[in-house]
Each structure stands twice: as C-alpha cells, then as structure tokens.
Ligand binder design. Structure first.
Ligand SMILES: CCCCCCCCCC(=O)SCCNC(=O)CCNC(=O)[C@H](O)C(C)(C)COP(=O)(O)OP(=O)(O)OC[C@H]1O[C@@H](n2cnc3c(N)ncnc32)[C@H](O)[C@@H]1OP(=O)(O)O
Length: 187
C-alpha cells in the first residue's frame, strides 16, 4: 500500500465538482450510495478542496453486527464507497483492488460517521488513497481508518463482467448523465 518512488501527486480534474458540492449517487442501486437501494448505506459524499471528499453515513438498526453496534463489514463498505468516490474528482474509472481497514472504536447505532478521504498518490493505473471516519462530529474521535488501492479500468470492465440484465437497464437509461455515471464515465 506504499506508493512506488515514481508515483506522482494526484491532479484534480478541471471539471470536478466544486468544493462543497454533493456528488449524488453514481448509480441508484449502489449499496453504498444509491437512493433506490433501501437496504444500502445511502452515503452522501461531498467534494472538498484538492482531491478530497467528505461523506456522512448514519448507522441504522439494519447495519448491526453486535447488539447496538455497526457491523465492521458495513463500516468497511462506507470507507470503500468514500474512497471510491474520490476517483470521480480525477475523472478516472477505477475499482478497489485492495482495502486495509483499522477499526479503532465501536460505532453505535444511530451514530453519524463523518468520513474524510483523499488521494495521496497515483502511479500508472494505481490510485492510492486514505480515509478516516469520526464519531461525535466532524472533528470527533477517529473510529475507523482505511487505506485503499484503486486500479484504473476501462468501461468494458463493467460491461464484460456485470450481469446482463443490469448492464442493459443501465445502458438504456434515457438520462444521459445517469447512464454515464452508472459506469463512472465522464458524461
Ligand atoms: C462516483 C463514483 C463512485 C464509485 C464508488 C464505488 C465504490 C466501490 C468501489 C468498489 O467496491 S469496486 C468493486 C470491488 N472491486 C472489484 O470488484 C475488483 C475486482 N478485481 C479486478 O477486477 C482486477 O483484479 C483488477 C481490475 C483490480 C486488476 O486486474 P487487472 O488485470 O486490470 O490489473 P493487473 O493485474 O494488470 O494489475 C495492474 C496493476 O495493479 C496492481 N494490482 C492489481 N490488483 C492489486 C491488488 N489487489 N493489490 C495490489 N496491487 C494490485 C498490479 O500489481 C499492477 O501493478 P503494476 O502496474 O505496478 O504492475
């Protein structure tokens, strides 16, 4: 997870959403951010300065692992989604290759997890990023941390591997922006 010596600093795409702007769901059925996914996390990410994102996720009863506490895998999903959203600021299509998580404190149901993430380096197709999740407010104590390694892919990654029903449905969406964002492509 350490960038190689020839890694470079990430470059924010000129058309990236302005700092403070909500990114919105990239795909309505996404488990991380989709607004048509009732079982999902409905995570809301917002562009920050540089190649950085803030996001919020409210832990609901359906996200429990132990009684009254968030499931660690659900928290890892929130971190993965937040880190994945960073690639929208680079306007690069990428998937998670590796995700390393530290669970520092238990996160109770009804807690708002305040996430911050940034891309730290880019090397060829590899995008290195890091995130923390805080509880008790945006400046609260760190409950979770993650480092991500995303790998740039072509849109064919989804078209060749996704279930045909969903691929067809996403490609036939009459809304051009939604159609493009389902595959994380710059519309
Ligand atoms: C607004 C948009 C918001 C989007 C939010 C989405 C958030 C959610 C994101 C996800 O969860 S994505 C879903 C979970 N991930 C996957 O399903 C990916 C499954 N894995 C694959 O499809 C392939 O393994 C992958 C595309 C990642 C890599 O296969 P490739 O054949 O294209 O890559 P290749 O093996 O040639 O490796 C390219 C480079 O990446 C490195 N690499 C690949 N996988 C790695 C890995 N797992 N760990 C470390 N390094 C890895 C590899 O060593 C190599 O480094 P070098 O260029 O230095 O040689």
């Amino acid at each position: 997870m350490t960038p190689p010596d020839d890694a470079t600093a990430p470059v924010r795409h000129p058309d990236a959403p302005a700092p403070g702007e909500l990114l919105g769901a990239h795909y309505a059925h996404c488990f991380g951010c989709g607004d048509a996914q009732p079982h999902g996390l409905m995570l809301q990410a917002r562009a920050a300065e540089g190649v950085a994102i803030t996001a919020e996720f409210t832990v609901k009863p359906e996200h429990q692992g132990a009684p009254g506490l968030a499931h660690g895998g659900v928290l890892a999903t929130a971190l993965d989604e937040t880190l994945g959203s960073l690639n929208w600021l680079l306007r690069v299509i990428a998937v998670t290759g590796r995700l390393e998580t530290d669970f520092v404190r238990p996160v109770p149901v009804d807690t708002v997890l305040h996430l911050e993430a940034e891309v730290t380096a880019v090397a060829g197709r590899k995008i290195y990023s890091t995130a923390v999740g805080r509880i008790g407010g945006p400046d609260g104590e760190i409950a979770v941390r993650a480092d991500g390694l995303f790998i740039e892919v072509k849109v064919d990654h989804f078209i060749d591997n996704g279930r045909p029903e969903e691929i067809q449905a996403a490609m036939s969406d009459p809304d051009q922006v939604r159609r493009a964002r389902a595959f994380e492509v710059n519309p």
